[in-house]
Every structure is written in C-alpha cells, then in structure tokens.
Ligand binder design. Structure first.
Ligand SMILES: Cc1cc2nc3c(=O)[nH]c(=O)nc-3n(C[C@H](O)[C@H](O)[C@H](O)COP(=O)(O)O)c2cc1C
Length: 187
C-alpha cells in the first residue's frame, strides 16, 4: 500500500508532525511506499497564491493522489485545524480522496477541542471525496512527552488508540490491542 502523510504544523519541533510520522512507522509492514509532506517546507508564496503549478506543490499533490492511505496530521489552532493545512488541502483537486482510506490525527494543548477533528476537519475530508475514514486520533501535549534525544514518547494509552485506529489497514496491530470493553450479550 502506498501511504502518504501530511503534516500541517508550522512548528519545527512539532508534536503533530511527530505523531503523523510515527503512525507511518507503525505501518512499515504494510507500506510498499511511503512519503511524508511537511506543508511548512513547501514554498510559502506558492501556497498563499494557491499556485498548483509550482513544482514542489505539484509533486506533493501527486503524492496524495497516488496514495491508498492518507494520514492527515494537524495541531489544533483556535478550536480548528491549522490554516497551513487548509492552504494545502485547498490545492487538492476535487475528489482527490475518493477511494482512499484516511486517518485524521491532531494534537492539542488540552482535550477541550478534541471534537475539532469531527466538526472541522472531517467535513473538509468528506468534501474531497473521503468516504473511508479511520477512527481519528487526538493527543494532548501531555500525552507526548519530550524525549531528551529529540522526538517524543507517546503514552501507552495513546499508542493503543493509534494502533486500534490503524488496525483496519494493518491487522498485525490488532494483536497488540487490549480490548477495553467487553460486551455481554446474555439476556
Ligand atoms: C496559535 C495557537 C493556537 C492554539 N489553539 C489551541 C486551541 O484552540 N485548542 C487547543 O487545545 N490547543 C491549542 N493550541 C496548542 C496546540 O494545539 C498544541 O500545543 C499542539 O500540540 C501543537 O502542535 P504542533 O507541535 O504540531 O504545532 C494552540 C497553539 C497555538 C500556537
């Protein structure tokens, strides 16, 4: 499976970008090809002018168009996804996400705007044709602890949620999941 991840954070040491790339590493067994797009590294003037002809932007758009799974990662800014992410999503042609599986990911300062993925990002993904959207994964900053060597350490509960979200495309991850709900069907 060709997997493309998109990070919409403007930060250099971004938690959401780290989580997005970490999700890619969880999928190493199923990825035939993987690409990561850091929107902050695309040419700013071309992004602001919505210049889809810019070579770097055209290449990034192709990476999304060619993927079977697209991971969309964003920080929560002012109760929504980042404006930087929107600049890039606006450059995708209509129906770009049709037929693809999409995983929405976000990090936020607290759980206060956890639902921003549902009320803000998912409608945009739907407008782009996405119909197969995996469980979204939201992490607070406290669930991603800074690692002294760089990067972050996800809390076990976050890791379990990420694996559960990815299990439909990476069945090997479901073996590591701990069922947290037991449903009894006794009458
Ligand atoms: C301009 C700005 C606005 C923010 N707004 C929110 C917000 O509305 N809700 C929230 O939970 N966190 C908010 N935060 C905190 C970030 O979402 C959080 O620190 C996130 O993990 C940053 O992700 P990043 O490291 O990938 O950029 C905001 C941060 C900034 C810089």
């Amino acid at each position: 499976m060709h997997i493309t991840s998109i990070s919409g954070s403007p930060s250099e040491r971004s938690r959401s970008a780290w989580l997005t790339q970490f999700a890619l590493t969880r999928l190493e067994g199923v990825a035939t090809r993987s690409e990561h797009i850091a929107v902050r590294e695309l040419p700013a003037a071309a992004l602001l002018a919505a210049d889809a002809q810019d070579p770097a932007i055209a290449q990034a758009v192709c990476a999304v168009a060619g993927a079977g799974l697209v991971i969309v990662g964003t920080p929560i800014y002012k109760a929504a996804y980042s404006g930087l992410l929107k600049l890039f999503l606006d450059l995708l042609p209509p129906e770009t996400l049709r037929g693809k599986t999409v995983l929405p990911l976000a990090t936020g300062g607290s759980a206060a705007h956890l639902l921003a993925l549902d009320y803000a990002l998912k409608p945009v993904l739907s407008a782009l044709g996405a119909r197969h959207v995996l469980d979204s994964v939201f992490a607070t900053d406290a669930q991603l602890l800074r690692h002294e060597a760089g990067g972050y350490v996800p809390e076990p509960e976050l890791l379990a949620r990420l694996d559960r979200a990815l299990a439909p495309v990476a069945p090997q991850l479901s073996a590591r999941m701990h069922p947290d709900v037991e449903v009894s069907c006794r009458r």
